[in-house]
Ligand binder design. Structure first.
Ligand SMILES: Cc1cc2nc3c(=O)[nH]c(=O)nc-3n(C[C@H](O)[C@H](O)[C@H](O)COP(=O)(O)OP(=O)(O)OC[C@H]3O[C@@H](n4cnc5c(N)ncnc54)[C@H](O)[C@@H]3O)c2cc1C
Length: 570
């Protein structure tokens, strides 16, 4: 079989026909985003029907070991549900250490194949048709791509997928790679055409082509600076370029080809809508910023208007985006303007009737550095901008009502997420009339200093006297000697100052070694085969990965598990 595509000399009518097909396939590609949306709604409906039927059958006997529940587990539907859970668990696992999940790879493969099909279908032998088709199909994905990056609480995709912006962000990255691949095909096929037709010089002076080349170069800059390597090197470089180029791209595409304009306008409207909603959801409060003694932690108390505080109180474990307005920026900074582009996520560690408290590590970046400077001004109450609350914890189920046991694992500053959830789940358990011993908290930290932010508050006694909280203090003298200058990790563990305690603020109730996560998980699950267990973790990546591995063994045995890993970086 020979190469199917050729440079054809088309009549005016044939060109018109090609134009219509290009438009039609662009619309098909865009509308096909409805397929996963509808599939997900059907899936949710199926889950709801299944759980309602199960609930009505088991309603007279909610005891996990009851004969009714045992029979229902052994039934065909019970077996299917257990296999389904194992499959979902497998799909949610990393393809390889540090990579995206298997499910995301499979979805990306399926979506790319579908879009490639739309690029090829009905193009006949016309080389220029398939070349243009790559461009139109890629551009048709722009609105969904921008929608996946929306952070406002009114993000349509967060609503239909019952998701949150940080979860959608993973799909935004995948969609970006697919668009990049299609536009790469578009550009390469066009360049080949210019060479084959001997029109390189002529076409390279055409404004439409020049605009296309600039847009393609910018796209490559976005793709390169989005790599994890660059994001780790400088989040600012990634973020500022991403924002600026993402915006410049739209007018360039608008002038590159008229067929793309509808997609450009849709993407721009979504972008502006997101910015407007986010601005409306941002408040400025005069914050109290203090250093937590002997640590590199800062405690930030920000007043929140009464009209908004209820949203913070509604769910524990939410986060906010913090930015530093001009009045609070360091005077000696060489680039104070950088803060116009920065907003950093921090978990709400405490909520009172009037304000929220954040606990954050000072790292080497501009935001935490500037806050570190503000913490030195003991009497100042600098204005700080707070956007939110946001986060997937808004959609967490009621753990006490839906699960028999809850295991919470925190590493270092990950406790800002886990501790409020622990306290809230205890309240829920009490309200449900269940034993408080069914909620366990494992909190691992290098030094007791990391817990000061929690124990110097009203919670002090609750934490000290609670036998369901196991604290592991893992820093040894050998550790300090081996790693005196260890760089500060960004994923949940905390580096602390040298410190001599007269009395440690918390006791090592779990021990002075790392927690044996395998043993802790097994103890949680061994109470009964029918028990549903929720496991939540926030801490260093390695800890979350290890915990997931141990929990996975129980999922494979058919156990019904809710697992959430809150990551402090994406
Ligand atoms: C949901 C969430 C909750 C968090 N909660 C806490 C907390 O309670 N306490 C705490 O100490 N740290 C928390 N972090 C980590 C915290 O955001 C970073 O440590 C902080 O932004 C670093 O700021 P910087 O100015 O020092 O450095 P930068 O150079 O600005 O950033 C360093 C790293 O922080 C992360 N980061 C910065 N800005 C963003 C952003 N807009 N979106 C996503 N990631 C970003 C990136 O991983 C980046 O590489 C949380 C992170 C996330 C994603």
């Amino acid at each position: 079989m020979g190469w199917p595509y050729h440079l054809l000399d088309l009549t005016h009518e044939q060109k018109h026909e090609r134009r219509l097909l290009l438009d039609r396939y662009g619309i098909y590609a865009q509308l096909s985003a409805l397929i996963p949306i509808l599939a997900y709604q059907l899936y949710r409906l199926g889950v709801w029907v299944y759980s309602e039927r199960k609930r009505s059958k088991a309603s007279y006997s909610a005891i996990p070991s009851s004969p009714t529940l045992k029979r229902s587990r052994a039934s065909t539907a019970g077996n299917f549900a257990s296999k389904w859970r194992s499959t979902v668990w497998w799909l949610e696992g990393e393809l390889a250490t540090g990579w995206s999940s298997r499910g995301q790879f499979i979805a990306a493969g399926v979506w790319t194949s579908w879009l490639l099909f739309l690029c090829v279908q009905n193009t006949g032998e016309d080389y220029l048709h398939i070349t243009k088709r790559f461009g139109v199909v890629a551009a048709s994905q722009f609105p969904v791509h921008y929608m996946l990056s929306m952070k406002s609480q009114y993000s349509p995709l967060a609503f239909v997928f019952r998701s949150s912006h940080e979860q959608l962000n993973a799909w935004h990255r995948i969609s970006g790679r697919i668009i990049h691949f299609l536009l790469l095909c578009h550009a390469v096929w066009y360049v080949n055409y210019f060479v084959q037709a001997g029109v390189v010089k002529k076409r390279l002076s055409d404004p439409v082509v020049i605009v296309g080349i600039i847009a393609f170069l910018l796209l490559n800059i976005i793709a390169t600076t989005s790599l994890e390597l660059v994001r780790r090197w400088s989040y600012r470089v990634f973020f500022v370029l991403h924002l600026m180029i993402g915006l410049w791209m739209l007018p360039l595409l608008f002038f590159h080809a008229s067929a793309l304009r509808v997609y450009v306008i849709e993407a721009l409207v979504l972008f502006l809508f997101d910015i407007a909603c986010r601005n409306l959801d941002t408040v400025t409060g005069f914050a109290t910023v203090t250093m937590v003694p002997h640590t590199k932690l800062i405690k930030l108390k920000v007043p929140i208007p009464a009209s908004k505080i209820r949203r913070f109180q509604a769910k524990p474990g939410q986060h906010v985006y913090l930015s530093i307005p001009p009045a609070s920026r360091p005077l000696l900074s060489s680039s104070p303007w950088i803060h116009d582009f920065l907003f950093n996520p921090f978990t709400v560690a405490e909520v009172s009737p009037t304000d929220i408290t954040l606990v954050l590590r000072t790292l080497r970046g501009p935001t935490t550095k500037a806050l570190g400077g503000l913490a030195q001004l003991s009497k100042a109450t600098p204005p700080i901008k707070i956007e939110g609350p946001l986060g997937c914890s808004q959609r967490f189920p009621n753990f006490a009502a839906n699960y028999d046991r809850v295991l919470l694992v925190a590493g270092g500053v990950g406790s800002t997420f886990i501790l409020p959830i622990y306290l809230n789940t205890r309240e829920q358990m009490a309200a449900e009339g269940k034993s408080l011993d069914h909620v366990k908290l494992v909190w691992s930290m290098r030094s007791a200093a990391e817990a000061i932010w929690a124990v110097d508050s009203e919670r002090k006694h609750a934490i000290a006297e609670d036998k369901n909280i196991k604290i592991f203090l893992t820093r040894s003298q050998a550790d300090d000697q081996e790693h005196p200058d260890k760089s500060i990790p960004v994923d949940g563990s905390v580096e602390l100052d040298e410190l001599q305690w007269t009395e440690e603020p918390v006791e090592a109730t779990g021990g002075r070694d790392r927690p044996d996560l395998g043993k802790i998980v097994d103890e949680t699950f061994r109470h009964g085969n029918a028990e549903r267990v929720a496991v939540l973790v926030c801490g260093p990546k390695q800890m979350a990965r290890e915990l997931r591995g141990h929990v996975g063994k129980w999922v494979e045995k058919g156990r019904d598990v809710y697992f959430h890993n809150e990551s402090f970086g994406w």
